[in-house]
Design a protein around this ligand. Structure first.
Ligand code: 6R9
Length: 657
């Protein structure tokens, strides 16, 4: 598929001058495209030297490693930093607490505005040690698994780090999953302990966390202990033979706990991904490689400098929260914001008030939030002092050029680097991204590979590598990188099959991609989101980008439906901006014809109130596909859906149109 039609409206953005003005800002670590290319070349041509050097610069080793890399994709036995020994919590906390105990580690922006507090590295150190001692006193030891089901409170971070201090593997379950989903994840990982809270608060909603845990545990006989952090103080069910209050337990413990010294390749954590079919996969990351990958990308991709205040709005229950709220920032000794609320509580200005109040320098969110705020309009952003911002980032989905432009102009005031960062739970850290001081950006493109990421575009059918610059295909990676997932928990066969057997000698991302004449990468969406109409290969993301240009459209989701003649036909769903009652669907069709070509214009357009989304904000096109195909009775696993009540309305709308 050619990208010619997009080039007309895509304007390249140079690095904002303000970022390169050393009288106003720190000099970017990667300050020119030449510097990027030099480091990138080095990282690909000589990964052993590149990563060996960085491993010594970014991590504290209790015993130095003997060998940088061994093993490979074929058997899935990649092994980084053999012989090395280290501890994650020591690296994230102790060394910074020793150097500067009063430096703020975490700014907790609580759900209710005005209720924020800061936790210094010194305090974090004591809290982590105390809670590690609690876990230890109940018999937890290296190699055990613990489920964490917590709201966005600093104690959640303490729980992560206390586990890693003991070499206990944490398996965080987003505190929005149902009891059934939680139960499946506890059982699959064989977690013996659960760390949770009484309740959570998000916007004007209360999440009955403890009740959900109790329901899940009815079918988890192996769980012996539940630690309950008191977040709201409401009365909750409490089984005194099993449950323990966090605050009572830590009182008993002293604030020092020696770190368990781990091997480089020991497991660090498990995180379940919400795969589109079948049961969720427990992605396993290991200590040294994961920490190094997140540390290096955090510093260079966000251009982190001492004194910055970094704010990632994701939830710690997702990989973005793990890598870029907790591990990446803390390894670097940064100040990281933990945001408990929603972008629209109590008003759609909440993000920007938070940026203003804490003088956030790097801000990281998802396209779904950007589209939502764009729908409310710029008056909620204007008037806020956002001058502290240097870098504004996006992750999770392709970002449509329209949303990118809005983010750049309204939030970034054309003075910030906009970084569209592409990566996955499995990659552990960012793999395609602009670098703030170096990369010319193009709205909608995640631009260029990160260090050590050896990208290839393959023909999806033949698996042959497409060597020319301007090609379309599926995205794969040629060489191992430190933060890649090492296995799927208890199913190494599935790991090999999913990532390494589709295309021999490559890691397969599952995403389709285009590369333009400048070598820039354009992520089109998951391979199962690609539509083929009469031999024209179309991406759902691209059609959606065209639809969202229409002034009435807030969000769009596009799917391919089987058609005997053309192979597939395009069906589109759209939600309208606030105060828009209706829209002429012919205009929307025209928008797609104009943007891409009439072959891409939807056979049918449904105007709906809400789109089905996962709790992390990804549109679930699989559900739309089933509904339109008349298979509403076979919607499959809905456990990751954020609002199941939207489904019957959707079915009705489709039926009536
Ligand atoms: C970090 C995260 C991974 C999938 C990935 C892709 C999509 C993420 C993107 C993007 C286009 C970006 N994705 N970032 N697509 N542009 N900047 O989201 O991990 O939840 O595992 O999702 O998300 O399809 O394959 P995860």
């Amino acid at each position: 598929m050619s990208t010619d039609h997009l080039k007309i409206k895509i304007i390249s953005h140079p690095v904002p001058e303000r970022l390169l003005d050393e009288s106003k800002n720190p000099k970017p670590h990667i300050h020119s495209i030449e510097r990027y290319k030099e480091l990138y070349q080095e990282s690909i041509a000589n990964p052993t030297e590149f990563w060996g050097k960085h491993a010594n610069e970014f991590l504290h080793w209790d015993k130095p490693f003997e060998n940088v890399l061994s093993g490979g994709f074929e058997h899935g036995d990649v092994f980084w930093f053999k012989g090395g020994k280290l501890n994650a919590s020591y690296n994230c906390v102790d060394r910074h607490a020793i150097k500067d105990p009063n430096k703020v580690a975490i700014i907790y922006e609580a759900n209710e505005p005005g209720q924020h507090r800061s936790i210094t590295y010194g305090q974090l150190f004591r809290d982590v040690c105390r809670f590690a001692n609690v876990l230890k006193s109940h018999g937890l030891k290296k190699g055990d698994t613990v489920a964490i089901y917590m709201p966005m409170v600093p104690e959640a971070v303490v729980a992560f780090l206390a586990c890693t201090r003991l070499g206990v593997i944490h398996s965080v379950v987003f505190a929005g999953f149902s009891s059934e989903a939680l139960r499946n994840r506890i059982r699959d990982a064989d977690s013996r302990f659960v760390i949770t809270a009484d309740e959570g608060r998000r916007g004007d909603k209360t999440i009955h966390i403890k009740k959900i845990v109790d329901a899940a545990l009815k079918e988890c006989p192996n769980v012996k202990r539940v630690f309950v952090f008191r977040r709201t103080g409401s009365e909750v069910p409490f089984d005194s033979s099993r449950d323990l209050w966090w605050h009572e337990e830590i009182e008993k413990q002293r604030p020092y706990c020696p770190p368990e010294i781990m091997d480089s390749e020991d497991p660090l954590f498990l995180l379940y991904t919400s795969g589109s079919t079948g049961k969720p996969k427990g992605i396993l990351h290991t200590v040294a490689g994961y920490l190094l990958g997140t540390a290096v990308t955090f510093k260079y991709v966000f251009d982190y400098h001492e004194g910055d205040v970094y704010g990632c709005m994701a939830d710690i229950g997702w990989i973005t929260g793990h890598s870029y709220i907790v591990y990446g920032p803390l390894i670097n000794g940064a100040t990281t914001v933990l945001f408990e609320s929603t972008p629209i509580y109590p008003t759609p200005s909440r993000y920007w008030e938070t940026v203003e109040k804490h003088k956030i320098t790097q801000f990281y969110t998802a396209p779904t939030a950007i589209r939502l705020l764009r729908k409310y309009g710029r008056e909620y952003v204007d008037g806020r002092d956002l001058s502290s911002l240097r870098v504004i980032g996006s992750v999770g989905e392709p970002i449509q050029p329209e949303a990118w432009d809005w983010y750049n102009e309204v939030v970034g005031r054309n003075e910030c680097a906009v970084i569209d960062t592409y990566w996955q739970t499995e990659t552990g850290s960012i793999i395609v991204t602009p670098f703030p001081g170096a990369t010319v950006t193009k709205p909608g493109s995640a631009t260029l590979p990160s260090f050590g990421i050896d990208l290839a575009i393959l023909d999806p059918i033949t698996g042959k590598e497409l060597e020319e610059t301007e090609v379309e295909g599926v995205l794969a990676i040629r060489q191992p990188w430190p933060s890649m997932a090492r296995t799927i928990y208890n199913d190494h066969g599935l790991y090999l099959k999913t990532y390494f057997q589709h295309y021999k000698n490559y890691y397969f991302t599952g995403d389709s991609v285009g590369r333009d004449a400048d070598g820039y990468y354009w992520i089109r969406g998951r391979v199962d989101d690609v539509i083929n109409v009469s031999g024209h290969r179309l991406s759902t993301a691209e059609i959606e980008a065209a639809l969202i240009i229409h002034p009435s459209v807030a969000e769009a989701a596009v799917i391919g439906i089987h058609d005997d003649i053309t192979g597939q036909s395009v069906h589109a769903f759209a939600t309208l901006k606030q105060l828009q009652e209706s829209v002429d669907v012919k205009e929307l069709s025209l928008q797609v014809s104009k943007g891409i070509g009439s072959f891409a214009s939807p056979r049918k357009i449904y105007i709906v109130k809400d789109l089905p989304k996962t709790r992390s904000g990804k549109i679930m096109r699989r559900i739309l596909r089933k509904i339109v195909s008349g298979e509403s009775d076979q919607l499959g696993d809905l456990s990751t859906l954020s609002d199941p009540s939207s489904i019957p309305i959707l079915i009705e709308t489709v039926k009536n149109s």
